[in-house]
Write a protein that binds this ligand. Structure first.
Ligand code: HEM
Length: 504
């Protein structure tokens, strides 16, 4: 009796395994035959032939934004791959992405029901859950209003134009002081480690009405784990598409679930405190304003869309999560590019906005938008895409498309300056795609852009950044929802002394 040993199942008969393989192939062929009928006049998007059961996972590799950009050169702007047995349509090309996300915005506004999404905010996330369109729309509006109220409101106590500017300027000053202190003590610092706490403090001020010390271990450890988190939640994680992979030991997945739980508990504790001390006549922050909304909603008998209190209050998880990881990744990339281009750092004060745009374009640190999903049968560029198809939008491809950009792999902020070199060329700047487009476009875009600008303006006015002698900076991104550069040490020196406020 011939036996073979499989890693998960242990020893089994060869004849049994042959029957199993034959059955799997038969099921696969049947699934292929049952594939959706294509309406007359439309075609199925082209793409590489998938292998049974695993689909095109091997071709995706560790850097899907690069492999899918290469595939788009062969198959075009609308191509189809299969991850596991699930078809995924991948969109590239500025025109095609605009057509899908803006002109056919409603058709492409859904989110797929991916496995990893259920761990974020206990499956109640505004950003990652596949809420019914009506529920998502109401929650998105609530999130936008809360953000607007607690960022644009005039600061009662200071000369800043609004509270957001005040929070950012104060945190940036603390950061300058902190980095100078570390330089004096240690001679170098890990930029992400410190930037992420300062940026988290800005969104904490808006969401929770408080800031944390740079030595608060709970916050520091939590926000420094965003790379591990982003690795699993990135587009194309095989475990999202191949159920068998979820039962195999998977270190990344275990770490991700652990971080999600810690993150949820951290925010849950703050929300519980807010409920305890809630006072309707003194709405202190975004959490209070969401709690207030839960109470008002119960009195509003005309509300035709019912949303649970949990789904309202958990909006604060989305805002906090999106508000620190994206901006600290952006700022830390900015420092890496500055240190690699000392000539640019010298004249940065004239070209700061162009420099940030070029960092956004060149790093494309959010290589794909969060996956979308079609909300109904639709067609794009003559290709048929059925309802509930998972959609990847390749922002990295748009930002490196040689038909849109001269020498796309060269880092050149000048490409965004007008002919006189005095201001920004608006048409060029609008081609950079980093915040998505259309119905699901990022709601924190204007906060994100101003925060990166203001933080950098303060940091660069006060400090000059450098790599360490003999150090070769590695700007290769590590793939994830937000791609990070490798953690490294930089140095900085004060450009001139100025009495910074002391921390706490
Ligand atoms: C440099 C900073 C930022 C970048 C590059 C960025 C980028 C993005 C991208 C690419 C998406 C997905 C769009 C899509 O799926 O089509 C997104 C969604 C989102 N962003 Fe941002 N973001 C930034 C900052 C922020 C900030 C500061 C907040 C809030 C405080 C925020 C809140 C959100 C939310 C709630 C969504 C989900 C919207 C939805 O699903 O309807 N983002 N962002």
């Amino acid at each position: 009796m011939a036996l073979i040993s499989l890693p998960i199942l242990g020893p089994i008969l060869v004849s049994e395994s042959l029957v199993a393989v034959a059955t799997l192939c038969a099921v696969y062929l049947l699934l292929q035959l049952l594939r959706t009928e294509i309406p007359v006049g439309l075609r199925r998007p082209p793409g590489p032939t998938p292998l049974p059961l695993i689909g095109n996972v091997l071709e995706l590799g560790g850097n899907p934004h690069l492999s899918l950009t290469k595939m788009s050169q062969r198959y075009g702007d609308v191509l189809q791959i299969q991850i596991g047995t699930r078809p995924v349509v991948v969109l590239s090309g500025n025109e095609t992405v605009r057509q899908a996300l803006i002109k056919q915005g409603d058709d492409f506004a859904g989110r797929p029901d991916l496995y990893s999404f259920q761990f974020i905010s206990n499956g109640k996330s505004l950003t990652f859950s596949n809420d019914h369109a009506g529920v998502w729309r109401v929650r998105r509006k609530l999130a936008q209003n809360a953000l607007r109220s607690f960022s644009t409101v005039e600061s009662p106590t200071s000369s800043y134009s609004c509270v957001l500017e005040e929070h950012i300027s104060l945190e940036a000053e603390y950061l300058v002081k902190r980095l100078s202190g570390i330089m004096e003590a240690d001679g170098s610092f890990d930029p992400f480690r410190h930037i992420v706490v300062s940026v988290a403090n800005v969104i904490c001020a808006m969401c929770f009405g408080r800031r944390y010390s740079h030595d608060d271990q709970e916050l520091v450890n939590l926000v420094n784990l965003s790379a591990e988190f982003g690795r699993v939640i990135a587009s194309g994680n095989p475990a999202d598409f191949i159920p068998a992979l979820r039962i195999l030991p998977n270190r990344n997945m275990r770490a991700f679930i652990g971080i999600s739980n810690r993150f949820n508990t951290f925010i849950q504790n703050i929300v519980t405190d807010h409920y305890r001390s809630f006072d309707k006549s003194n709405i202190r922050d975004i959490t209070d304003s969401l709690i207030e909304h839960c109470q008002d909603k119960k009195v509003d008998e005309n509300a035709n869309i019912q949303i649970s209190d949990e789904k309202i209050v958990s909006i604060v998880n989305d805002l906090f999560g999106a508000g620190f990881d994206t901006i600290s990744t952006a700022l830390s990339w900015c420092l890496m590019y500055l240190v690699s281009h000392p000539d640019i750092q010298k004249k940065i004060h004239q070209v700061l906005e162009a420099f940030i745009l070029e960092t956004f374009r060149h790093s494309s640190f959010l290589p794909f938008t969060i996956p979308h999903c079609t909300t109904k049968d639709t067609a794009l560029n003559g290709f048929y895409i059925p309802k509930d198809t998972c959609i990847f939008v390749n922002q990295w491809q748009v930002n490196h498309d040689p038909s849109l950009w001269k020498d796309p792999s060269t880092f050149s902020p000048e490409r965004f300056l007008n002919a006189e070199g005095t201001g920004i060329n608006k048409a060029e700047s609008e081609k950079v795609m980093l915040f998505g487009l259309g119905k699901r476009r990022c709601i924190g875009e204007s906060i994100g852009r101003s925060e990166v600008f203001l933080f950098l303006a303060v940091l660069l006015q006060r400090l000059e950044f450098r790599s360490l002698p003999g150090q070769k900076l590695d700007l290769t991104p590590e793939y994830g929802l937000t791609m990070k550069h490798k953690r490294c040490q930089l140095s900085a020196s004060l450009r001139y002394r100025h009495g910074a406020d002391s921390e706490e």
